[in-house]
Design a protein around this ligand. Sequence first.
Ligand code: UDX
Length: 423
Amino acid sequence: MKISVVGGGYIGLVSSVCLAEMGHQVELIEIEPVKVASINSGHPTLYEKGLHALLSANIGRHLQATSDYDCIRRSDISMICVGTPPAADGSADLSMVRKASRSIGESLKSSCSYHVVAIKSTVPPGTTSGLVMQEVLRASERSSSDVGFVMNPEFLREGLAIEDFMHPDRIVIGSSDAIAGDFFEAIYDGLKAPRIKTSLIVAEMIKYASNAFLATKISFSNEIGNICKLLGIDVYEVMRGVGLDHRITPHFLNAGAGFGGSCFPKDISALIQIAQNAGEDPVLLRSVMEINDQQPLRMIKLLEKKIGPLKGKKIALIGLAFKNGTDDVRDSRAIQIISALMQREAEIRAFDPMANESMRRIFPGIEYCSGPEEALREADGCLIMTEWPEFETLDHEFDLMNSRVIIEGRRILKCRGAEGICW
Ligand code: UDX
């Protein structure tokens, strides 16, 4: 099929490359000419395992990047993958979705063949049947029998996105009518996974509820972890027993400094807003966020308990990315830690195998090191924030510190003398 993907960010680029690899003819619309040039020369604009190879294999063959919306009218399906960042009140900012919908509509004005507009961005329930349909049909001056609408949420994890796209647990297709749903479903013919075909609004809510549940598992594990710590019990041993229950599964029960990234924090804030606007007080979701916001501060308190006031102390911060396998620091728990250390006028020495430059864009004033040794040299305390596999073997490096005070926010070290945030 001929597919136009709108938005060359994380979801748009990964989806474009995977759809091209599946044999579809894909045109990726990206407004930034620099990104277009980079993608067309086979260089991904973000780090994701396997993406470079897959892009190089498909660019110029099944995939082309452009800034021109004209390709829409030549395609069967357009897929909106633009960002829905948080607005000041925590709700989802839909301005890029609105703009993309309008531009798609304008391009469809000059075509008369059947077309499906699909949303992959995470959007509040009601957005596709409301804002998107209105903008597209108004700008195209066409009717909903000519243009179908689909909501097809993604469940991609950073660092595993290509694997998740090609081997999904399920494919959710919400549609304005059965014709649109069936027409769109054909693009996934090559993928083995259960299909959920439903309404637009149910598909939108499946995305929010899925992320909210995963985040709830994490905050639950952190709360149990905080209790276990006071009782001198190892939460990881506890969760091994809990996770063997097939109704619970062992996934997303790793206690620690909390969840970060470009999805969980923003999606749960948006869902809280959606609930409150609808007249429901989402007590559980508010608690999930509250526990998550408190976790990093527990590490600071633990550190102060061990080495006293942090003013003028050298603190090694090992790990900056919101999780391993990515250079992404969006809503990383390390951000809260850095802010708290700066408030206490500590001297920060930070190191991450991939995310130093990403964090430097947020905190240009702290010291970034080229390796753990440099960060640990003469440090008074150390905080571990990301579970990079290479940190597992750290041990003698901690002897470079003034005092071997190590607080783990992620369970990764094998050496002696480290204390966990909740173990
Ligand atoms: C998440 C969802 O997993 C994915 O389905 C959705 O499409 C986008 O959001 P991602 O943000 O890439 O993916 O990260 P994920 O691997 O889910 O981790 C999110 C955060 O939770 C990270 O900060 C991670 O460190 C933390 N986490 C994860 C835990 O603290 N404990 C766990 O057991 C698992």
